[in-house]
Design a binder for this molecule. Sequence first.
Ligand code: ADP
Length: 153
Amino acid sequence: MKKAIFPGSFDPITLGHLDIVNRGVTLFDEVIIAIGENSSKEYMFSLEERKKFIENTFKDNPKVKVVSYQGLTTEFCKEIGVNFILRGLRNPADFEFEKAIAHTNRELSKVETVFLLTSTQTSFISSSIVREIIRFKGDYKKLVPNSVRTKKS
Ligand code: ADP
């Protein structure tokens, strides 16, 4: 069974992530969305909230699983027996950043990173833009799956 993990912060999940996962499941038998927990990072949504948003989004798709992890992504891949990391690319900045990480991960392990180029409709979306819109009480709902809701809305 070919499995990939899709690691990220998902603070919160966006339509960009949704697009990558929906296309990822056509390439892999299972896509495990792995929410990274970094104690030095401040999140807008708690781990429980981020997990719940993702679980609700994919509740009808048995090929998608959701987990959280701490530490090195490659170590986590080894732990759960996964050989592929799925990542999305939006622009040259993503590429440069992802290239360094993918090369490092290949040095550390045999894990292969598979990149999917963003769809044109979602290429501008990022979790940080969504958080900014939420902070200023704008209409963030067009950029995220229906399961993502702030406490006030
Ligand atoms: P990180 O904190 O690791 O950047 P994110 O949750 O921001 O985590 O992103 C996780 C993955 O989703 C990354 O590979 C990122 O490039 C990808 N991604 C984020 N937004 C989009 C988008 N709009 N289109 C395609 N891929 C995206």
